[in-house]
Design a protein around this ligand. Structure first.
Ligand code: SF4
Ligand code: SF4
Length: 321
């Protein structure tokens, strides 16, 4: 039994699935920047992208389900050459679905990607965008030089179209710590962000999601280089919050990688912990009822989702204080 499962047992908790509500599709590892906290090791040199064939098979499968939301992640999903046809296809389904993108706002400022704000607004794509601080130093340190200014300009363009203002055009920002510590209380930080982003840059957004950094891939290397990996892991374990278990994202998400392989979450994906049911599972072979009964594969990294207020792609899992 791994230490996370032991901790669950200690707290008389079990981690089981319900029917999936979200299909999270990782379109590949291509990105225009290389953030230190990236758990995907994404960057400009990465070649892994979902193929046309696998994308079609994934969407064919998705169309047959009642899953309400497709959550597009990467890398930078908009850099996939078929991003637009993917969104258009989902929008053409008889049964309406919510489309979310994990938007790296800097891509809007790259030549050739000027279409993004209008396209997203036209198709009512929900934008969830990283913005680890409202001051430039922390953002540039974590995400690279110039990222802060390019993100600000991109958010202003999105605001002009109604993103962050119109309830039909949600713009949510994502905070993650710039070091080996846990995020602060989400509601209080959201109030600070709203005040400062409005005052200094006239930017509006809907919600702030606080996400803890997961000590895997590039972020684990970064912590190791700074001799903080063991200390951060200890902090995650010691901050275990049993109240977060009910809301863990692996309970109602089905995570798919650029090869169509199925995982419990994007973290397990990066750790190559593919689900299997007799044989390794691909999305087009998934039977929803069977999937819902399959055990979730856990590991020590799961403490990254259960520390403090808990953490998921939708931010904190419990309110504290
Ligand atoms: S965290 Fe996001 S924006 Fe940064 S390198 Fe990774 S995929 Fe790209
Ligand atoms: S890392 Fe994945 S499997 Fe583990 S608790 Fe978090 S969401 Fe669930």
């Amino acid at each position: 039994m791994n230490p996370f499962d032991r901790k669950l047992e200690e707290h008389q908790q079990t981690l089981t699935r319900s029917l999936p509500k979200i299909l999270q599709l990782n379109t590949g590892k291509l990105c225009n920047i290389t953030c230190t906290h990236c758990h995907v090791n994404a960057g400009p040199g990465r070649k892994e992208l979902i193929s046309s064939e696998h994308l079609t098979r994934t969407l064919d499968w998705f169309e047959t389900t009642d899953i309400a939301t497709i959550d597009l992640t990467g890398g930078t999903p908009e850099m996939h050459p078929e991003f637009r046809s993917l969104v258009e296809r989902v929008r053409s389904f008889d049964q309406p679905r919510e489309v979310l993108t994990r938007l790296n706002a800097t891509i809007i400022e790259e030549p050739g990607y000027e279409w993004i704000p209008e396209f997203h607004a036209k198709h009512k794509v929900v934008c969830i965008a990283s913005m680890p601080c409202y001051s430039p130093e922390n953002v540039n340190e974590q995400r690279g030089d110039g990222v802060f200014d390019r993100s600000i300009t991109a958010f202003q363009k999105l605001n002009k179209l109604g993103y962050g203002i119109d309830p039909e055009l949600p713009l949510h920002l994502v905070y993650n710590p710039n070091g080996a510590f846990l995020p602060p209380e989400q509601k209080a930080l959201e109030a600070d962000y709203k005040r400062e982003m409005k005052k200094h840059f006239d930017i509006d957004f809907h919600n702030l999601f606080c996400i803890a950094n997961m000590p895997i891939a590039r972020y684990a290397v970064y912590l190791k280089r700074n001799k903080q990996l063991a200390e951060y892991h200890k902090l995650l374990v010691e901050s275990f919050n049993p109240a977060s278990i009910d809301n863990l994202m692996c309970r109602d998400t089905i995570s798919v990688d650029w090869q169509g392989r199925v995982f419990d979450c994007d973290f397990n994906q990066q750790l190559d912990m593919q689900l299997a049911n007799g044989k390794p599972l691909d999305i087009w072979d998934v039977d929803i009822e069977t999937f819902a009964a399959m055990p979730i594969i856990t590991g020590s990294h799961c403490f990254g989702c259960t520390a403090g207020s808990g953490s998921s792609c939708g931010g904190a899992l419990v309110e504290i204080g």
